[in-house]
Design a protein around this ligand. Sequence first.
Ligand code: FSX
Ligand code: SF4
Ligand code: F3S
Length: 421
Amino acid sequence: MEKMATRQNAVINHPQTSDSKRVTLNYTQNPQGDNLEFTTKKGLFRKIKARLESLSKLPYLRKDKNKEELSEVLLKKGVQRRDFMKWAAVITTSLGLPASFAPLTARAAELAGRVPIIWLHMAECTGCSESLLRSEDPGIDSIIFDYVSMEYHETIMAASGYQAEKSLEDAVKTYSGRYIMMVEGGIPKNTEYFLTVGAHGRTGAEECRHVAEHAAAIFAIGTCSSFGGVQAAAPNPTNAQPLTEIISKRVINIPGCPPSEKNIVGALIHYILFQELPAVDAFNRPKWAYGHRIHDLCERRGHFDAGEFVQSFGDENATKGFCLYKVGCKGPYTFNNCSKLRFNSHTNWPIGAGHGCIGCSEPNFWDTMSPFEVPLGNRYQTAFSGAGADRTADTVGIVLLGVTAIGIAAHAALSGVIKPK
Ligand code: FSX
Ligand code: SF4
Ligand code: F3S
């Protein structure tokens, strides 16, 4: 806890843009959990460039595809270089890097075919994979994910049964110590009856432990592997657990049900750029993606502050785009970047579409945030045992947050009286 506090207190500055100043990357840490510091912005730029150059000397790994460069693949899909660079600029700023680093981000994406990934499926709906692999009108994120060296992924691989097990073993052996492990889904613990995988019926937990042992970095993709997810909701009949309860190595959580494709690809790009894990919040979520509250960057926030609320779905206030708090929006208790990055090629996001945030990137949201179309309001203290999900990425101000939550409830209740429907 003390370590966590020290780490978080040290995270203050955004990267400096002046070349003469030290650069503290508040979104990147070394394996010991210290924030990375560089003498200058140029020094950081050079370091990343050198890393990418050495990565470029490694062989391109994909055996099943011809050795096209990413630029060619993008062009074939109708993506112009200019659009690719725009994408790189968005990812660069999302990662908390200076805008001038966009060419490095683009280069990292081009080198993604040299980084082996093993993706395991546990108990889930495959929505996380879907988030990336949508076949209709794939965005740049999807194309890049199609371009990486995915050595094992049950949804998209041709092999099955013994052959699939062999593929997994081959990948673990060949890329031991080098591959990125991505896990989707909750994992039943201490049971041999739920979630057995493959021809030999290995349990999901056994498979995770085995693959984690030789992984260079481990990402829990989605709320299920980050926090247990829907199958861990009460009464959790299969004793589904997050990945952190199954393995002892450090896990970076990329929650969301499903997580946005930008957060998944961003996690990969961050790792390629730094070969370090990102700075995380109290729930092991990268701060670059989960450092802001939905409520604070919401396009309807002005209506919340003005006390203008949708009272029921389909009412006149809904047509005016008023705040969704009273129809259950959990944006005040949820940390994610959906309002900025949006979904479906940046077209929209849940609140934009007219439904409140259901808190899908928060731990145990199925239990703590439901019923989804009813405000937490006074249930807040009981729902979170007074601990408060409404914490910032850096601090857990229980008292302050309790007041905030009550303030929200009171504000909403009062404005309902004062403002005409
Ligand atoms: Fe589904 Fe993934 Fe939700 Fe879980 O996403 S979208 S149930 S987070 O593990 O497939
Ligand atoms: Fe946006 Fe929800 Fe906050 Fe209203 S309560 S401002 S809809 S996040
Ligand atoms: Fe999930 Fe809320 Fe975003 S429901 S997708 S965190 S708006």
